[in-house]
Design a protein around this ligand. Structure first.
Ligand code: S3P
Length: 168
């Protein structure tokens, strides 16, 4: 069975959808941000704030490599920037992952970012977040599947659509 990798912008619902998909498929899932937090005792946001984004990206690539090499989780949720790094896309290809972009309108992501308790240092204000959202879309678009999501779509429905579109 190919692994399914869920990607997309900050607050697009990657973790929620990956968790629901894993529940429906009755398999394990790994959330890359949580894996990094456990491994380093600091969240991605803390690492970015304390050590800078460049350092975080190095740790993120090592974490993704180790998850793909050592974990048999069938579903993996990436962080919002993971897929924009060429080395990470290469890793996903080497491990024959099937990749799914959750294409969520910017306003939906932004409203959730503002409402969330968690810090997102790479989206400090609306303009910065929007510029990042737009510059990343062409990378997200090279995923194997794109799921266009409206604000009323529920995780359960999105996960069912992913099940239908990906290999059995
Ligand atoms: C990031 C998104 C975050 C986290 C880190 C960097 C990004 O994950 O990996 O703060 O570059 O978009 P979420 O997409 O879960 O917010």
């Amino acid at each position: 069975m190919r692994r399914i990798v869920i990607l997309g912008f900050m607050a697009c619902g990657k973790t929620t959808v990956a968790k629901e998909l894993a529940r429906q498929l009755d398999c394990d899932f790994v959330d890359l941000d949580s894996f990094i937090t456990e491994r380093h005792g600091r969240s991605p946001a803390d690492i970015i704030q304390e050590d800078g984004e460049e350092q975080f990206r190095e740790l993120e690539t090592l974490a993704l490599r180790d998850v793909l090499q050592n974990k048999d989780a069938r579903v993996i949720a990436l962080g919002g920037g993971t897929w924009t790094i060429p080395a990470n896309r290469t890793l996903a290809a080497l491990h024959n992952c099937e990749t799914v972009w959750l294409d969520v309108p910017f306003e939906v992501c932004w409203n959730r970012i503002v409402a969330a308790a968690t810090a997102r240092p790479l989206a400090p204000d609306r303009d910065t977040a929007l510029a990042r959202y737009e510059s990343r879309r062409h990378d997200y678009a090279v995923a194997d599947h794109a799921i266009a999501i409206t604000p009323t779509d529920r995780a359960e429905t999105i996960a069912r659509q992913i099940s239908r579109e990906t290999q059995p």
